[in-house]
Write a protein that binds this ligand. Structure first.
Ligand code: URP
Ligand code: ZN
Ligand code: ZN
Ligand code: ZN
Length: 470
């Protein structure tokens, strides 16, 4: 006996059709017209869209940062994801500069153990190389790939903590190329930004919005170009994370046009929020928008939307990195000490649908591509995730395009005491969410609740496919 989803419209990245979907155990067993109900539990999806569960490839759960730890652990973070329609997340394991990749992996597997509620995977952030010419750490990259971690994150910002210099970055890129894996880049010129930051502090510019003013779009554009050029030299595929503005987009397009194997994502916050939402006058409240890259001028939003629609940008993620206002208060009087990051994992699909599909900027099929299908393909999970097709995991989102939902910190599952989108009413929301065949969220009967067992989420081992360029 399986679960038969009837009368809905299946939306895949390559097209939509009225089709029934049968889930048997953990997998999709049949997709077709008028499937027989015999013995199955029937879910009526009349008026609903049947889509692959969302995949958020950029989250920071239980992450140490700036003397504190992000407020969502693997339980609250993955439950919030599911409530918003996301059934897979890829989080970041961070190498401690003095330590090994194996240590980082062990640390993050422990954080998730018994806690993850939907399926998850990890990228490995390489922050230092050990051994002659880095050989010890580079050898560890092979072990990571064997374990199913096929993407390596490099930070060009956050000097002394996470930032890696060009020599080490280039060595990692060469190794990644040899391993058919993908390099993820936080592209900002951290050294130049730190000069500006020190000068601002010396001038007494300590309020939260100076965080944004200290991080020029040009620093992002420069690092975007540099990282793609270096990856191209190394023969590696790269994926630029959280691309936030038109200058960086121009740098990206230039290298893409030259044939470099490069991909990029943007995040929901850059599509719908701007520095005008953060500017002076709001005083301490500005701190809730302190994340990196910062909010940009509003004029950057339209080019980002266009780049999603015309296939320049491949993915929309969140960079979910939540801190409570009490944690943000570590930086009262000194914006350098405000932990960087914002909460979004629960709202990604609502925001992308409301401001993307409802406005006609993207189609429902494009929504599925940006939120699930491209993430699965780029990150080596397409055999299991990101599409409604026989044989893949029963990660299914029943989406109600008519449902209205008002976003508020009071009702969210995320652990923060604020929302970046407080009071916004969106149209389009997750109705029911299945994870490997199990109904884990039913917002129509028990809104905002996670119905599955804590710890049921599994680690997803990913293929090394060089971001799909292999
Ligand atoms: O502000 C942010 N984004 N914090 C998380 C770390 C990063 O740079 O992605
Ligand atoms: Zn980053
Ligand atoms: Zn991040
Ligand atoms: Zn699977």
């Amino acid at each position: 006996m399986g679960t038969l989803i009837k009368n809905g419209t299946v939306v895949n990245a390559d097209g939509s059709a009225k089709l029934d979907v049968l889930i048997d155990g953990e997998k999709i067993a049949a997709v077709g017209l008028g499937l027989s109900e015999d013995g199955h539990e029937v879910v009526d999806a009349t008026g609903l869209l049947v889509m692959p569960g969302g995949i958020d490839v950029h989250t920071h759960l239980d992450m140490p940062f700036g003397g504190t730890t992000s407020a969502d652990d693997y339980t609250s973070g993955t439950q919030a994801a599911a409530i918003g329609g996301t059934t897979t997340v890829i989080d970041f394991a961070l190498q401690n500069q003095a330590s090994t990749l194996k240590d980082a992996l062990a640390t993050w597997l422990k954080k998730s153990d018994g806690k993850a509620c939907v399926d998850f995977s990890l990228h490995m952030a390489v922050t230092n190389l050990h051994g002659k010419d880095g050989e010890e750490t580079l050898a560890e990259m092979e072990e990571m790939v064997r374990f199913g971690i096929t993407s390596f994150k490099l930070f060009m910002a956050y000097p002394n903590v996470l930032m890696i210099n060009d020599e080490l970055m280039f060595r990692v890129m060469q190794k990644a190329a040899a391993l058919n894996s993908l390099c993820l880049i936080h592209a900002e010129n951290g050294s130049a930004i730190d000069v500006v930051v020190s000068q601002m502090i010396a001038e007494g510019k300590t309020e939260p919005h100076y965080h944004a003013l200290s991080r020029s779009p040009k620093a992002e554009a420069e690092a975007t170009h540099r990282s793609i050029a270096l990856a191209d030299m190394a023969g590696a595929a790269v994926y630029i994370v959280h691309l936030s503005n038109e200058d960086a987009l121009a740098a990206f397009k230039f290298m893409q046009g030259r044939g470099a194997k490069c991909l990029a994502e943007t995040c929901i916050q850059y599509l719908v929020l701007s520095i005008e939402d953060q500017m002076p006058g709001r005083s301490w409240d500005e701190a809730k928008f302190v994340f990196t890259p910062p909010l940009r001028e509003k004029r950057n939003q339209a080019p980002l939307w266009e780049a999603l629609a015309d296939n320049t940008l491949a993915v929309v993620s969140t960079d979910h990195c939540p801190f409570t206002m009490e944690q943000k208060a570590l930086g009262k009087g000194d914006f350098r000490k405000i932990p960087n990051g914002g909460p979004g994992i629960e709202n990604r699909l609502q925001i992308l649908w409301h401001f993307g599909v409802n406005t006609g900027r993207i189609t429902p099929e494009k929504f599925v591509e940006l939120a699930a299908t491209a993430p699965a393909k780029i990150f080596g999970m397409e055999a299991h995730k990101g599409v409604i097709r026989v044989g893949v995991d029963g990660d299914i989102l029943l989406w109600d395009p008519k449902a209205e939902y008002t976003i508020s910190a009071k009702t969210q599952r995320m652990a923060t005491d604020y929302s970046m989108f407080e009071g916004w009413t969106v149209k389009g929301n997750a109705a029911k969410v299945f994870s490997r065949g199990e109904l884990v969220v039913d917002n129509t009967t028990r809104p905002g609740e996670f119905l599955g067992a804590t710890g049921r989420g599994r680690f997803v081992r990913r293929e090394a496919n060089a971001g799909g360029f292999a």
